[in-house]
Design a binder for this molecule. Structure first.
Ligand SMILES: N[C@@H](CCC(=O)N[C@@H](CS)C(=O)NCC(=O)O)C(=O)O
Length: 214
């Protein structure tokens, strides 16, 4: 049995943060597939009572612990492995600041936008998509400006802040209808740097469930 289990599915950028972290730290882990789009396992009373009361993926299982919220999972793994751990109190708070901004404004909006555009039935209303796109452009602009200051969010070395912010950013441009890396040069270069880390794998190859059945 693997040391860590991660409830996840290939289309989830929220889960990708945790899956990639596990891979990058060389953890002994295995994915537990959550049939999000088919059976909607995350909505079942059983999932909510035994896996995550919030009805969300990812969930990390480690020994007797079950952890949800990717920011919590990243922090837990960084503290255990001492990898991607922001150094010092100030850096820890700075990482948390970016993780919260990411969850709410960057990938929080981007993941919802992609879901409404690619997977929701019926698809999202144009006015809703337009509203979200405006918020996404603004948030990506803020991230791009930050990345003009250094190779990674907190400076010279990658931390859990970077692993949070990359959540949806490697998925194909046609799923968004715009090319994030091409439109935001600093984000594009940063994604290129992160991709070179030993253990980097694309989300569709790292987690189960791609492609979706037709
Ligand atoms: N802030 C959470 C977001 C998790 C999340 O929204 N996951 C999606 C899958 S990509 C989910 O399970 N959604 C179910 C729902 O919102 O009901 C995290 O970073 O872990």
């Amino acid at each position: 049995m693997a040391e860590y289990e991660l409830y996840c599915f290939a289309q989830s950028g929220n889960a990708y943060r945790a899956a990639l972290m596990l891979n990058l730290i060389g953890a002994d882990w295995r994915p537990v597939f959550v049939d999000f789009f088919g059976a909607g396992v995350q909505r079942t009373p059983q999932f909510r009572s035994t896996v995550n009361e919030m009805g969300e993926v990812p969930v990390l299982v480690h020994g007797g612990k079950k952890l949800s919220q990717s920011g919590v999972i990243l922090t837990y793994l960084a503290e255990r492995s001492k990898k991607f751990l922001p150094q010092g109190d100030e850096a820890r708070l700075e990482a948390l600041r970016w993780i919260i901004f990411d969850n709410q404004k960057v990938n929080g909006m981007l993941g919802t936008y992609r879901f409404l555009r690619c997977f929701a039935k019926p698809a999202g209303q144009p006015a809703v998509l337009e509203f979200l796109k405006g918020r996404i452009d603004n948030a990506l602009g803020i991230l791009d400006k930050r990345l003009a200051k250094g190779p990674y969010l907190l400076g010279a070395a990658p931390t859990i802040a970077d692993l949070s912010l990359l959540a949806y950013l490697y998925y194909p441009a046609d799923e968004f209808g715009f090319d994030i890396a091409a439109e935001h040069g600093n984000i594009g270069a940063w994604l290129g740097r992160l991709k070179k880390l030993p253990g980097w794998v694309h989300p569709y190859d790292l987690m189960p469930g791609h492609p979706l059945p037709t």
